[in-house]
Ligand binder design. Structure first.
Ligand SMILES: Cc1cc2nc3c(=O)[nH]c(=O)nc-3n(C[C@H](O)[C@H](O)[C@H](O)COP(=O)(O)O)c2cc1C
Length: 340
């Protein structure tokens, strides 16, 4: 399968619920993400033609190659839902979520619940592959349910035999949630076991880590999630390091604020409601400003922001304080590198 057609070693933006909407995906594409995926979408919501669910499927032509990720535990409903998605928006691939650890998904046999029910996982994958053929179906898994039942290589073989064309592996178990570290030894084992491209995911925080993971694990591409939330430049930074061996110059504070304000403006257009959009952006502003000088005070104000004008005022003050030397150019410890 062509993993995006852009680069022989593609960089993927990880699907993230509440984060990777069309606006953020487009930002990541502009900053070098080769392949994009929607946040997870409920197959039951599509199956029952829920209008709200359908809105999660929207993407722009410039986002291609882009996939829609589905979750659920009923093979027939998933197959029907996948067909609807293809009819409605014709994505470049359908991705199946076998990794979500959230209880309300797991208790309905969705997400990572299927990691401990391999026969059902097989039926789900098989049904969806048949339903949308010849369109590519990909999957995303965690390495197992818990540390005693790590079964990623077995799961990967089952999925490959069903016709899944590419597999993203998040190197944590369901039980870990987001704690501990991603186990890249298991990811490497999966990459060495199956023929389909395996995309490694988990804890890639900077270009150096990405390069090390690429060299050590034998994966066919990398997937980046949380690091992109605070630094969408990470894709370009990784590409520069891989292609030239040199570290990219980090974005300046001015460039960061310009991107953040641009994100807010696009979000307002997309949501058609400034107050709603800015409230929805609060968590995103927290991620973007991790490690910025004057962070604590700034973040207190960002947590209350309700209009674009208010944010623009905060940004002007922040830049003026920086220029006047009132803020130290040091991080608050939450980011590994200082801003220029
Ligand atoms: C806020 C958030 C939402 C997420 N939503 C999804 C999702 O909808 N589908 C999915 O497969 N994984 C989801 N994930 C998991 C990520 O895709 C990724 O596997 C995980 O964050 C590890 O990668 P990272 O260390 O690069 O962040 C989510 C993660 C976060 C932090």
């Amino acid at each position: 399968m062509n993993s995006g057609g852009v680069n022989s070693f593609p960089l993927f933006l990880a699907p993230m619920a509440g984060v990777t909407n069309t606006v953020f995906r487009s930002i990541c594409r502009e900053h070098g993400a080769d392949v994009l995926t929607s946040e997870f979408v409920s197959a039951e919501g599509i199956f029952h033609r829920n209008q709200r669910t359908r809105e999660y499927l929207e993407f722009l032509p410039t986002e291609r190659p882009v996939g829609v990720q589905l979750f659920g535990g009923n093979p027939e409903h998933l197959a029907e839902a996948a067909k609807h998605v293809v009819d409605w928006v014709n994505p470049d691939f359908i991705d199946l979520n076998f990794g979500c650890p959230v209880n309300k998904v797991v208790c309905k046999q969705g997400g990572s619940a299927l990691l401990k029910d391999c026969p059902l996982l097989e039926r789900v994958a098989d049904a969806v592959v048949r339903a949308v053929a010849p369109l590519s179906v990909t999957a995303k898994i965690r390495i197992g349910w818990d540390e005693k039942t790590i079964n990623a290589t077995r799961t990967a073989k089952i999925l490959e035999d069903c016709g899944i064309q590419r597999l993203a592996v998040h190197g944590r178990t369901k039980a870990q949630g987001y704690s501990g570290e991603a186990d890249w030894n298991v990811i490497a084992e999966v990459a060495a076991t199956v023929k389909m491209p395996v995309i490694g995911n988990g804890d890639i925080t900077c270009a150096q880590t990405a390069l090390r993971r690429k060299n050590e694990s034998g994966v066919s591409g990398l997937m980046i999630g949380r690091a992109a939330m605070s630094n969408p430049w990470i894709f370009q930074e990784i590409r520069t390091l891989m292609e030239t061996g040199a570290e990219a110059i980090p974005a300046t504070i001015e460039q960061r604020w310009a991107l953040i304000l641009g994100h807010c403006r696009q979000e307002i257009i997309w949501r058609k409601d400034e107050n709603f959009a800015m409230r929805a952006m609060r968590a995103r502003l927290m991620a973007y400003t991790r490690g910025m000088p004057g962070g604590r005070h700034l973040r207190g104000a960002l947590a209350q922001v309700a209009s674009l004008g208010q944010l623009e005022g905060l940004v002007s003050n922040h830049l003026a304080e920086l220029k006047a030397g009132q803020l130290e150019l040091v991080t608050d410890g939450s980011s590994s590198r200082p801003y220029l």
